[in-house]
Design a protein around this ligand. Structure first.
Ligand SMILES: NC(=O)c1ccc[n+]([C@@H]2O[C@H](COP(=O)([O-])OP(=O)(O)OC[C@H]3O[C@@H](n4cnc5c(N)ncnc54)[C@H](O)[C@@H]3O)[C@@H](O)[C@H]2O)c1
Length: 309
């Protein structure tokens, strides 16, 4: 298939590109290498065609209309909760207007389907665990709001214009190439700092748990969606919570040293326990998370050390 991957120079998008190319697909990347994002030229698979373009641009539309891809895989986004609260208009411009620009292009190009990187952030604080596809979405940040709104536009375009979709709501994705200097991505941040012998900050009591899913497993879900899961939504995560203290402990064991831990108060919006039920993805897509946390953490450390698998 011919596939356009937006955000294909970024952390998750670049792994999706690699997985598509490994399956023999033709891949075109649209990525602006936005300075606040995790996109890097070195992440770009040399077998893909790379276009440094903004998803909001007329050039991006022209490219899609010219290339007529079978699939648009949409991973480009403004994905910082902090930037979204500081600059909600920027967040909406990239995440909503950018999406609409791409959807209009897909309709003109006769693209069959859009695969979309949604987020667990669209749920906000939930009343019942585990989180499933049926859990009500009550986003608590502009970022969570734009991720939820996107899902509604995808449903609209399917009904009104026949453009199919698969929506993935990811847990906390981790793995090689995640920006270790970003605001999020506790595993990359901790691993990088422990390797350098720098102190780490643990908020609250560190026992708060989130659901961490390995980026290779996420890429596999994106492969499954090429042929399955049409007009449907799936939670993609590991299915279990892991505490911040546990991540720190395991990374210290892998790296073979501990560092000074600075304790900090709870951050606004932090929740104590969050994990997903991913049985629908298993049932419909035949997908399940395969990477064991310990092995995934080892891959992160190896990548930061420059060890190739
Ligand atoms: N990392 C996670 O844990 C996580 C969790 C849930 C959802 N997501 C979603 O997955 C997607 C990828 O996230 P990531 O963690 O790989 O981030 P990332 O920053 O590494 O990748 C995003 C890419 O989008 C590009 N981009 C940003 N604005 C653009 C624009 N206007 N035009 C073209 N390209 C633009 C960036 O240059 C970057 O390469 C995002 O949509 C994000 O919201 C990520």
């Amino acid at each position: 298939m011919k596939i356009v991957v937006t955000g294909g120079a970024g952390f998750i998008g670049s792994h999706v590109v690699d997985a598509y190319i490994a399956e023999g697909h033709e891949v075109i990347i649209i990525d602006s290498l936005w300075e606040e994002g995790g996109g890097r030229l070195k992440n770009v698979n040399p077998q893909a065609r790379f276009y440094q373009l903004d998803i909001r641009s007329a050039e991006a539309v022209e490219l899609i209309v010219r290339e007529r891809p079978d699939i648009l895989n949409h991973h480009a986004a403004q994905h910082s909760v902090k930037i979204s609260t500081d600059k909600p208009r920027l967040d909406a411009d990239v995440n909503v207007m950018g999406l609409l620009n791409l959807l209009e292009a897909c309709v003109k190009a006769g693209t069959r389907k859009v695969i979309f990187a949604g987020s667990g952030a669209s749920y906000g604080t939930v009343e019942h665990l585990p989180i499933t596809e049926e859990t009500p979405q009550r986003p608590e940040s502009p970022y969570g709001i734009t991720k939820m709104v996107t899902e509604h536009y995808l449903r609209y375009y399917q009904q009104a214009k026949g453009l199919s979709y698969t929506i993935f709501r990811y847990g906390n994705v981790y793995g090689p190439r995640q920006d270790p200097t970003g605001e999020a991505g506790v595993i990359a941040i901790f691993a990088n700092r422990i390797l350098q012998g720098l102190e780490v900050r643990i908020d609250w009591d560190g026992e708060q748990q989130k659901d961490y899913v390995y980026v290779g497993d996420v890429a596999a879900a994106n492969v499954a969606a090429l042929t399955g899961g049409d007009d449907d939504v799936f939670c993609i995560a590991s299915g279990r919570g892991t505490s911040v203290n546990e991540l720190y402990r395991q990374l210290c064991e892998i790296i073979g040293r501990s560092v000074n831990v600075v304790r900090a108060p709870r951050r606004p919006g932090d929740i104590y326990l969050s994990y997903f039920d991913c049985s629908k993805a298993k049932r419909v897509l035949g997908w399940q998370p395969r990477m064991k946390l310990r092995d995934g953490l080892q891959h992160v450390v190896d990548a930061l050390k420059g060890v190739t698998p």
